[in-house]
Design a protein around this ligand. Structure first.
Ligand code: FE2
Length: 325
């Protein structure tokens, strides 16, 4: 286990009325420039849209508008019980929200900027600040930013997993410990792991538990997760509210297609070249997967997974046919 250095004085990005990333300490800035995970401070503590009262109103609105696919929740210790809400469970979800101190609950409200405009300013400001930090037009690099609220009971935890997004987790209230792993370390994640993950195969298990970098977050702290960085999260002794700003980057969508093509190549017995080593090979692989992808994707899932889903179906049919012959 590596304990991440806590932030020290050294404001690199002065705040303003709605400043989000307010401080990246020099040692963390070095990690940022190396595309590693890093800690930062944020200025959204006490934001009026993220009190428990306002979140409850937001949840009621989401359920009333039948946005069941945007409300994901679990009760009890195991993530096995986690599921999307539906018309039958709407009342239970409200009860979970009312009994957070005792419910052993974990609640995820996703794409909340589509429900209320209160988060739009946050996203626009966030693009500006990230563009300053990275000296690039981050909005132009982004297909969509997922604005997600996590509300969880004392000691609730999230299982080891990885995400497709370039993620910034902001702790709003309560405390939380994030265990993050380096996605470019082959002892943590192999090429084959990533290929399988982009083909939506069952989730991989941790390979190198001791290689986690530990970020203890208090309100006002944030942590950046690089794309595909495996992580698991443990809540502190109070109810926790966190905001996640997850950017779905065009470059990550392209890499996803390369991983998907590599999955097929590996099944055929090749040892494929990972993404970003050969522009020519990457282009051919992206074109191949795009042939199978939705022409006019409406959702993020269709952008990233529609080609892979079709290919998998065909590979399954081919397999069944070979077994019958
Ligand atoms: Fe995650």
């Amino acid at each position: 286990m590596i304990v991440a250095a806590s932030a020290v004085a050294g404001v690199n990005h002065p705040g303003n009325a709605l400043s989000i990333v307010t401080e990246v300490a020099p040692d963390q800035r070095e990690r940022m420039l190396a595309s590693a995970s890093f800690r930062f401070h944020h200025g959204l503590n006490g934001h009026s849209s993220m009190s428990l009262t306002e979140i409850r109103k937001l949840l009621e609105q989401m359920l009333a508008e039948r946005r069941f696919d945007q409300v994901f929740y679990k009760t009890g210790a195991s993530m096995r019980n986690a599921r999307n809400s539906d018309p039958e469970s709407a009342e239970d979800v409200i009860k979970v929200m009312e009994n957070l101190n005792t419910a052993g609950a974990w609640l995820r409200l996703t794409r909340v900027d589509e429900v209320t405009s209160q988060f739009n300013d946050i996203v626009e400001q966030f693009y500006e600040e990230l563009s300053d930090l990275y000296q690039q037009d981050i909005k132009a690099r982004t297909l969509k930013t997922f604005v997600t609220l996590f509300i969880s009971s004392p000691r609730a935890y999230t299982n080891y997993h990885l995400d497709h997004t370039w993620n910034f987790l902001l702790q709003i209230s309560g405390r939380k410990t994030v265990h993050l792993y380096d996605p470019s370390d082959p002892q943590v994640l192999t090429q084959s792991d990533k290929e399988g993950w982009y083909m939506q195969e069952p989730m991989i298990s941790p390979r190198a538990h001791e290689k986690d970098i530990v970020y203890d977050l208090d309100p006002g702290d944030g942590v950046h997760h690089p794309v595909n960085a495996p992580h698991w999260v443990q809540n502190g002794p109070e109810v926790s509210i966190s905001l996640s700003l997850g950017l779905c980057l065009h470059s990550s969508n392209r890499d996803a297609k390369v991983y998907q093509a590599n999955y097929v190549l590996r099944k055929l017995g090749f040892d494929p070249t990972p993404p970003r080593r050969s522009e020519m090979r990457d282009s051919m692989k992206v074109r191949f997967i795009s042939l199978w992808s939705d022409r006019n994707p409406k959702t993020f899932e269709q952008v990233v997974y529609s080609g892979a889903t079709r290919l998998k179906r065909i590979m399954r049919i081919g397999q069944q046919h070979r077994e019958q012959v």
